[in-house]
Design a protein. Structure first.
Length: 112
């Protein structure tokens, strides 16, 4: 059973955003669109994807813009719980999609 999560039940925590994606609907490997990262998430994002985030992929303004785009979609946002992260995904009617990847806080009771 997949739990249905919403933006209302799981608010997006901007301070924990690791990456954003925008592109045409479909494959999200990067052939259809682009990922952008924040300076703060760069080291972690490089580890997560297995190769270095390049300078031109770090873009705070684009990250903020995509977060706003996703938040504006409100009730049509799909919230997906992944491995250690929440994904906020919007499928726009005009054939494009946007996603925000948010790192989950460490489990309660675990010292970090
Ligand atoms: Zn692809």
């Amino acid at each position: 059973m997949t739990k249905v999560l919403t933006l209302q039940s799981h608010p997006l925590d901007r301070s924990r955003v690791v990456a954003v994606y925008t592109g045409r609907r479909g494959c999200m490997c990067g052939c259809n669109g682009e990922y952008h990262y924040t300076g703060a998430s760069r080291a972690e994002a490089s580890k997560r994807r297995g190769y270095e985030v390049r300078d031109e992929e770090v873009d705070e303004i684009e990250v903020a813009r995509v977060i706003d785009e996703v938040l504006a979609a409100d009730t049509s946002v799909e919230v997906i719980e992944g491995l250690g992260e929440m994904i906020y995904y919007v499928d726009h009617l005009w054939g494009r999609c946007a996603a925000v990847y948010v790192k989950l806080p460490p489990p309660q009771g675990v010292a970090s």
